[in-house]
Design a protein around this ligand. Sequence first.
Ligand code: PLP
Length: 357
Amino acid sequence: MRPAHAVIDLSALRHNYQFAKTLAPAARALAVVKANAYGHGAVRCAEALRELADGFAVACIEEALELRQAGISQPILLLEGWFEVTELELIVEHDLWVVIHHHGQLADLAEARLARPLNVWLKLDSGMHRVGFAPDEYPAIWRSLENSPNVASLTRMTHFSRADEPETGRTEEQLAVFHRTTDALGGPASLCNSPGVLAWPAAHGDWLRPGIMLYGATPFEFEQTHAERLLPVMQLDSKIIAVRQIETGEPIGYGSRFVTQRPTRIGVVAMGYADGYPRHARDGTPVLVGGQRTGLIGRVSMDMLTVDLTDLPQAGLGTPVRFWGNGLNASEVAAHASTIAYQLFCNLNRVQRLYRD
Ligand SMILES: *Cc1c(COP(=O)(O)O)cnc(C)c1O
């Protein structure tokens, strides 16, 4: 069989969730498992966290129902609420929590006759300007929902746009807007994604929403003390399937992007962009061959890529190659492909996922 596979370490996932809770001992935490748990497998990850997690968060009802059908009975929050009013019945039936972030949803709720009232997270746009209610309308909406027969509980919620860039001042501004707008309303507060959990203790509030940190990738582009304690969950591995010796001055792969500067020993690895490895990875993107660092050379193809083995004489046919995981953080790889670890994980495709616990 083709040797490319992803090993998912569920004990590392639990470690990272517990670490999030350690950073904010007074808070509860929804494990964000949207987008198939960032490519790690939502059902397997939720099952692994079932005894620990205070709840889960997903992007849509399809993702929530997949968890409910797998027997996950903890709270599940729909991070964008419902997209069509017809979902409300299922939301009640499966006891899902909802974010409400725009007026269309308020109108739906006002007209609905629900068998049971909903647990609502009311989203404030504190400055990201993607979704949420503006500060000047938020308190009135909160108070009208307090009086709605369709609402069982209300949680104050916002989302940071630059929590991964602590020097910008933007998170302080968003935090100030949040407090100014919502403190008088009471109710639990939820503000923090992973960089918030890791770097903004003043924003922890009552409910954390960690995503990427659960999977062991740092959201920061700099070394951050807490992020260094995360354990990578996904090991993306394959093997060398061919070795070539190429003369100086010869092009390697599509488009001749890389031209050898010396006699070069090339390893061909069974991994390509059809597996989710980023096609935009530049020459020199780190890979571990037999546990030792070397670099990608040449363009990534659909099923194969090429690495430099010139300084690794012991490496040969069948030597294991790691693309990210222990020893090589996905965030570092992502930076070489002008993207973020989130996207590398979500793009995982074709490769078999093997679970270790
Ligand atoms: C995806 C998401 C999160 C998790 O973000 P990370 O940066 O992965 O921790 C938290 N809150 C909301 C609203 C989200 O959409």
